[in-house]
Ligand binder design. Structure first.
Ligand code: AMP
Ligand code: ZN
Length: 117
């Protein structure tokens, strides 16, 4: 998609603080972190949202989760949250599928602790 920020980050025409990428996935630091570790995991191909997923996307979605798991392990996170915001009412602002990886709270003060849902 030509006018999509995360497509541009995926192809590298907009810079990002990238921690991992392969041919289909990119992982980069969220510009406004909401946890000590806050990364975004995106597919390089454009899909708007979980709402637009189809059976053909199954492998792509699992690759996002697998990339998150790999990076979390490499960062030594003892635990973490994986979050998809879905639609405006679900807090989604950017209409390119992205998985939030949030963690790194251990040893932090209570007010930095994770939200338990
Ligand atoms: P969401 O609310 O689920 O759509 O999440 C979008 C996320 O993208 C937010 O957490 C933003 O802080 C983050 N974000 C927006 N622009 C950038 C950018 N250029 N680089 C990194 N993260 C970004
Ligand atoms: Zn896109």
């Amino acid at each position: 998609m030509t006018d999509c920020l995360f497509c541009k980050i995926g192809e590298g025409s907009v810079p990002s603080d990238t921690v991992f990428e392969d041919e289909s996935v990119k992982v980069f630091k969220d510009i406004h972190p909401k946890a000590p570790v806050h990364l975004l995991v995106i597919p390089k191909s454009h899909v708007d949202s979980v709402m637009n997923l189809e059976p053909a996307h199954a492998e792509m979605v699992s690759s996002l989760i697998y990339a998150a798991k790999k990076i979390a392990r490499e960062l030594g996170l003892a635990g973490y949250k994986l979050v998809f915001n879905v639609g405006r009412e679900g807090g989604q602002v950017i209409d390119h599928l992205h998985l939030h990886l949030l963690g790194g709270w251990s040893g932090r003060a209570d007010n930095d602790a994770p939200l338990h849902i």
